[in-house]
Design a protein around this ligand. Structure first.
Ligand code: UDP
Ligand code: MG
Length: 315
């Protein structure tokens, strides 16, 4: 029997500070578990530092490492998709961040769960090392998200985990542009196992996902897995319309019964006008979020573009 082929897929963006440690810990892991045929695909997501160079050098030294270089920065989800596409055909792929917040040493536990029959393995955080605002942001996101989406996602999971051959093929065949990996991974509905772990601090360097990235990611998760915002709009509309109707009857009665005294209502009018105007704008904004996503989907552009090979001057 040939050894199971296991590919580790990791997007890297400006990670020159952690790369040496990442590469050495992966190498140690691979060497310690000769019962699998290991491979690592590092997807350079348009780094502006020496990341691509370091991975290229590692690939030249050790054929188990491979560099996929994107033509520019496409963002984590797209880089991940590029890596998963490259890993097609492996018996299983492990998806993980480059910064060693996800410790590679627990990968053998994923493989054990996969060997036990799971098609999807998710690493579930027992603890998180993020502090301060980032931490609060993550907590709020997970609390809200759990309530909002149509399809529940285990709150303490992220990218870290394993996909078996079938899950990988299914994931690679999903056509959608806005990808929210943890959501899609549960959405495909394959037999799943969870492996608990402690999420570490970044081994070196700075977080590469800016607040803006994370916000966009959160919105992608919400809008691609829920129609609740649309439904809320409808409810809000119904409530406001009813309130307006009730107010109309109330004021008409006052007029008819001659209860009206001095002319009133300037403040009320301004307040209502601003309130309703605001609600309408929010409504248009929410519609816009969906519309924008539809626009991106219908363009059918690829999620990422691999950098063309370097060539010398043309004759
Ligand atoms: N990353 C990427 N493209 C980006 C931003 C980040 O491929 O545009 C990679 C980064 O190199 C790391 C992973 O995504 O491997 C997670 O990034 P980070 O640690 O900055 O995010 P966080 O831990 O805050 O989710
Ligand atoms: Mg990180």
């Amino acid at each position: 029997m040939p050894l199971p082929a296991i590919t580790v897929v990791t997007p890297v963006f400006n990670e020159e500070a952690v790369l040496p440690e990442l590469l050495s810990r992966l190498t140690a892991l691979f060497d310690a578990h000769p019962d699998c045929a290991w491979h690592a695909v590092l997807v350079d997501d348009g780094s502006r530092d020496r990341t691509a160079e370091l991975v290229r050098a590692a690939a030249a030294r050790d054929p188990r490492f491979e560099l996929v270089e994107l033509s520019r920065n496409f963002g984590f989800q797209s880089a991940l998709s590029a890596g998963l596409a490259r890993a097609a055909g492996a018996d299983a792929v492990v998806t993980m961040d480059a910064d060693l917040q996800d410790p590679p040493e627990i990968i053998p536990e994923f493989v054990a769960a996969w060997r036990g029959g799971a098609e999807v393995v998710r690493a579930v955080r027992r603890s998180r090392s993020e502090k301060g605002l980032r931490r609060v942001g993550f907590d709020i996101f997970h609390a809200l998200f759990g309530k909002l989406i149509d399809y529940p996602i285990e709150p303490n999971t992220g990218t870290f985990g394993l996909l078996g051959r079938d899950a990988l093929a299914t994931f690679n065949s999903l056509p959608e542009h806005h990808r929210f990996f943890p959501g899609l991974r549960s959405w495909i509905g394959f037999p799943t196992a969870d492996v608990p772990y402690d999420r570490k601090e970044r081994a070196a360097g700075q977080p590469q996902q800016t607040f803006h990235h994370l916000l966009r990611y959160a919105l992608d998760g919400l809008f691609s897995f829920s129609r609740l915002p649309l439904r809320l709009l409808t409810f809000t509309g119904v409530i406001i319309a009813n309130a307006g109707f009730a107010a109309a009857i109330f004021y008409a009665m006052r007029r008819i019964l001659d209860l009206e005294t001095a002319p009133t209502g300037y403040t009320t009018l301004v307040t209502l006008l601003l309130f309703i105007g605001g609600v309408q704008l929010i409504g248009i904004g929410v519609l816009g979020e969906y519309l924008g996503r539809i626009y991106d989907e219908v363009k059918r552009r690829p999620h990422y573009i691999v950098k063309p090979p370097a060539r010398g001057p043309r004759a």
